[in-house]
Design a protein around this ligand. Sequence first.
Ligand code: C5P
Length: 228
Amino acid sequence: MGKDVIIACDFAGKEQTLAFLDKLGSKRPFVKIGMELYYAEGPDIVKTLKQRGHRIFLDLKLHDIPNTVKKSMAVLKNLGVDMVNVHAAGAKSMMEGAREGLGHDALLIAVTQLTSTSQTVMENEILITRPLEQVVMDYAKLAKDAGLDGVVCSPNEAGAVHAHCGDSFLTVTPGIRFPGGDVGDQVRVTSPAQAKLLGSDYIVVGRPITAAADPVEAYERCINEFCK
Ligand code: C5P
């Protein structure tokens, strides 16, 4: 399970996405479709990329009442996605509903705390006053209890998540940069090689590949550093 590179296809539409994927020639990487692309193109973009032979992480971060999430997951299941996610903050019954609706055809993971959320924001605006790392870990345990397959987290948290939830509980980790590369809006960044050492199961990589002068070289570098 795992040890793969997921390319975040953060593009505004199908045309830009296919133009990027064409640059990869015959390679068919695992790709992430986020809200921007999905809301622009709808379910067709999932079907198009599936038909091209890509595995798909549909990153829609569902968060609603259990019944709504359950029924929505049943719809997403029919798209044939390989990985999909919810917010752990929706609580256990919502995550159980998600699992029920999705079944076991796809991996189901939970966002614990967004990496854009700081301790201060969590305390003052989300009104959770405990240490952020502890909240991430307790949400991971809740996700596991609800029958989910793993969490989205920082590579720095991968080891602790595995220690608390078991080695087979997946850690899907964004915030990846090559040493010396442009950090952009990410705060705590990790290289593909460091993510491997820290025990991540999947790395999610966007701009270091999509904005690279040579995306094939950048993708292969991620594969070589992280998977081999
Ligand atoms: O371009 P970059 O490598 O920063 O892209 C990272 C991807 O991972 C983006 O699609 C971003 O939305 C996603 N992500 C993240 N941090 C999270 C959850 C998702 O960066 N906590």
